[in-house]
Design a protein around this ligand. Sequence first.
Ligand SMILES: Nc1ncnc2c1ncn2[C@@H]1O[C@H](COP(=O)(O)OP(=O)(O)OP(=O)(O)O)[C@@H](O)[C@H]1O
Ligand SMILES: CC(C)(CO)[C@@H](O)C(=O)[O-]
Ligand code: BAL
Length: 369
Amino acid sequence: MPFNLKKIPAKVEAFRYHIVKSSMPFSISRSIPELWRQRRELTRRKQTIGLVPTMGALHAGHISLIRQAARENNSVYVSIYVNPTQFGVKEDLNSYPRTWNNDIDILKELCQQFEHEHRDFQFMTVFAPDTTTMYPGLPPTSEIAGDGSFVTITPLATLLEGASRPVFFRGVATVVMKLLNIVQPDKVYFGQKDIQQTIIVTRMVEDFHVDTEVRVGPTIREEDGLAMSSRNVYLGKRRRAVGTVLWRALQAAAQAYAAGRTKRSELLEAAQQVISSMLESQRKLGPRKRALFEVDYISVAHPSFMTEVEDIDRRKGAVLIGAIKMLPLEDVQKGEDAGLGDGVSPVRLIDNIILQGEGNVKSGDEVTP
Ligand SMILES: Nc1ncnc2c1ncn2[C@@H]1O[C@H](COP(=O)(O)OP(=O)(O)OP(=O)(O)O)[C@@H](O)[C@H]1O
Ligand SMILES: CC(C)(CO)[C@@H](O)C(=O)[O-]
Ligand code: BAL
């Protein structure tokens, strides 16, 4: 197991609150009518639900969101569904990490802990639908011109991540809307790591009058600052070490802001210095040892619209956001830890820092001058 969840003894009287058909506080559901029945019963009993949408391959970032959901609600739904419509035709849908057994072990153990820690905790349900359940009309398409019922949030979905992954946010908005209609949660939880996703979902919830509150949890990081991500398993040792460059570049820009700079050019220059120096040192190492990368974008973005900001208004703040592509490893050595997939495919890393506007509440990685 990649992390240690503290084991607690099973409670003898564990199941006294349960309204789900099974006698367990933990259940797995693949059926929408079943969830709707549960939802009606919970509404009747004035019980609250928190939903954490995931694509599985759970790590400490997901767990932090699930813990937050358990603190703030009586019951927690975790969806595990690798949504095909958010992957472009050339993206990694087929190779996306799938670790079902490990995910379920983690969730069962968390569920036990919640029973112990939260007096009002009722149950955890894992919603793991198949694709015909989620897309009952047409088969899901990854083509931008493909047919189907989609939610599009423009221009937000066309910027930054959306510029590089044209179907991505259409797929995300569509599947999240489906999940919200299925679970009807009081609160829904997303991680700051995918900040543009949180802004798009917030916009969607507001524009479509969805009766839920969008909650954003802080980015959980490895000790050296790398944002946890299900895709990190593909990095391997060489690319893993160099991958922190994005976080360090964003931090350099944040430090420039804290030191009084507000212009985009000044902040990006600080970030670029970190990038250039890392690239230079990697190039010198030669193909056996180096891990090269390309910067997709590093941006100073408006905190609600994700448009480029030329000069930050300190009252409003901004988001420092970036994406890099770790390139396939060259000259992999026998016995080298090249990561899952042997270092053959590129790995996309994203990250961000919120430069908090003055007067707003701070959290997580946010920086104030
Ligand atoms: N390091 C993290 N800290 C906090 N939340 C995170 C972190 N990584 C992912 N999340 C959140 O977990 C939820 C599910 O994300 P997902 O299952 O895509 O995992 P992921 O690690 O982001 O995978 P990917 O490799 O696709 O980026 C999203 O709301 C996402 O923002
Ligand atoms: C929100 C989400 C579960 C939708 O598939 C996915 O985009 C993710 O895991 O961040
Ligand atoms: N974490 C967002 C899902 C994706 O990048 O595909």
